[in-house]
Ligand binder design. Structure first.
Ligand code: FAD
Ligand code: SIN
Length: 491
């Protein structure tokens, strides 16, 4: 193969389409290729395309949300190249919602302009993936390896040259050589007991990059979405920020509107501030949730604007047009990840990264809502271009067969009580490395995670075991990075 792309979310799909113009691409994806955070994205994609907007304003809002810790050059690339990536997506068949023949731009927290494009109300990710997947499935240079779990990237003489892959259906491992590898494995939400992320978000890409010697950055910056459904019987399903953008209000369990006490923008304050305000209200009222209230909006509008959210709530017996929805914060997004430059190159030669797995520097300490789909598109394309340029410069380097054979020869062992370890880890991170952290809680978490890291040392044979190993390693990176930062900033 010329190139490997690991992950079939928005970043991986966009990268694969870019590289397929230069050579043969293997698209490796664990489980069902449609299972990713991308497909669940609701609110939309932020892009400076409306008449009232400008890339300079999008740049300013993004820098402000990032609390001074964004890399300005990366943000400039994001906002300037964003409009072109969206036009390209539309040319590939993505359909965004319009009102009166014009694109409908919505508002979300910390955006000073209405700049969020959406599809089918609250199904933006689904529509973007549909369009990209259609292109990628048709491309003759892209070969799909579905239900193929990437265990590790291969490094030879300091250069990334392929990956070790587990075929989930047969349990066999094999090594694939390539001129360059693009990591697009998404986030880490599953290391927390409460998360909006799908089960696949286990931090695999960060863990394998770290083991291969690449630098991770900003791992302490985890974004907690303020409003995930809180019901004992339901997963923490996301209730989009766009609901507050349309006038939804937050009430504590006494029914009081509380956000004005915390920020002048009320329920549309930056995400980190809303999450912490909810946390404080929950503590003050000794409750495990607050409420999101849209009962003052027209029921017809609510049903049309948020069809997926409305029907999901109804499935759990909540008619959001008539009753308040119980919500609480949940782990949603990680700003940190595998450090890249603005071309998607990591610190390991031959390894590129894009999307949530990467730390391109666009989000700083707090991501501006709806900037990550755009990041996946912009930096997915950029990573593809630099991987292709590297392959050209490198020439046809071959990886010796003995090296590939040796890479899959290491014996595997079972991981005892893997399910219990997974849930204990998720509870530990939620309790000690969550929305509010202290030096003491972090030190305790680090000590426990180090003990678990010894347990997961070695190689394992199943996807579940390998994911838990990655979760322990990434959880430790988050806790150690948080302990290392003794000021409070952003998320
Ligand atoms: P993902 O879309 O998560 O894709 C990762 C891929 O990697 C998957 O295919 C996965 O199976 C694969 N993979 C992982 N590990 C391995 C491995 N070891 N081997 C092989 N394959 C592997 N952002 C916005 O901008 N706007 C929104 O409205 C929005 N709403 C959101 C709503 C929800 C519920 C969630 C969870 C997130 C939302 N986000 C939103 C964030 C955004 O969706 C993600 O940050 C973004 O989609 C990540 O894209 P990605 O391509 O980097 O990763
Ligand atoms: C949401 O719809 O609230 C999620 C948007 C995002 O995470 O960017």
């Amino acid at each position: 193969m010329d190139f490997l792309v690991i992950g079939s979310g928005v970043a991986g799909l966009r990268a694969a389409l870019g590289m397929a113009e230069h050579g043969r691409v293997a698209m490796l994806t664990k489980g069902n290729p449609l299972e990713s955070s991308s497909i669940y994205a609701q609110g939309g994609v932020a892009v400076a395309l409306s008449e009232e907007d400008d890339v300079a304003i999008h740049l300013r809002d993004t820098l402000q949300a990032g609390h001074g810790l964004c890399r300005r050059e990366a943000v400039r690339v994001l906002v300037e190249e964003g409009p072109e990536r969206i036009r390209e997506l539309i040319a590939w068949g993505a359909v965004f919602d319009k009102v009166g023949g014009q694109f409908a731009f919505a508002k979300e927290a910390a955006h000073s302009r209405s700049r969020i494009l959406r599809a089918r109300g609250d199904a933006t990710g689904n529509e973007i993936v549909r369009a990209l997947m259609g292109q990628a499935r048709r491309h003759k240079n892209i070969q799909w390896f579905e239900h193929h779990f990437t265990v590790d990237v291969l490094v030879r003489e300091g250069v990334c040259c392929g990956a070790v892959v587990l075929d989930e259906s047969t349990g066999t491992r094999f090594a694939m050589a390539a001129q360059a590898v693009v990591l697009a494995t998404g986030g880490i939400g599953q290391v927390y007991a409460r998360t909006t992320n799908p089960p696949s978000a286990t931090g695999d890409g960060m863990a394998m990059a770290y083991r291969a010697g690449a630098v991770l950055e900003d791992m302490e910056f985890v974004q907690f979405h303020p409003t995930a459904l809180f019901l004992p019987s339901a997963p923490p399903f996301l209730l989009s920020e766009a609901i507050r953008g349309e006038g939804g209000q937050l009430r504590n369990i006494k029914g009081e509107l509380f956000m004005q006490r915390y920020h002048q923008d009320g329920a549309l304050a930056p995400r980190d501030i809303v999450a912490r305000a909810i946390w404080s209200e929950m503590a003050a009222t000794k409750a495990r949730h607050v409420y999101l209230d849209v009962t003052h909006l027209s029921p017809t509008f609510t049903k049309q604007r948020f069809p997926t959210i409305y029907s999901t709530c109804l499935r759990y017996d909540i008619d959001m047009t008539e009753e308040w929805i119980p919500v609480s914060p949940s782990a949603h997004y990680i700003m940190g990840g595998v450090k890249t430059d603005v071309h998607g190159a990591t610190t390991l030669t031959g390894l590129y990264a894009a999307g949530e797995v990467a730390c391109s520097g666009v989000h700083g300490a707090n991501r501006l809502a709806s900037n990550s789909l755009l990041e996946g598109l912009v930096f997915g394309k950029r990573a593809a271009e630099s991987a292709a340029a590297w392959a050209l410069q490198r020439g046809r380097a071959t990886v010796p067969k003995e090296f590939l054979r040796a890479a899959v020869e290491c014996p595997t062992k079972p991981l005892e009580d893997v399910e219990k370890l997974r849930s204990s880890l998720r509870r530990l991170l939620w309790g000690r490395v969550g929305v509010v952290r202290s030096g003491e809680s972090l030190s305790k978490a680090v000590a426990q995670l180090i003990r678990w890291k010894h347990l997961v040392y070695g190689s394992f044979g199943t996807r579940l075991e390998l994911e838990v190993k990655n979760m322990v390693e990434v959880g430790l990176c988050i806790a150690e990075a948080a302990l290392g930062r003794d000021n409070s900033v952003g998320a």
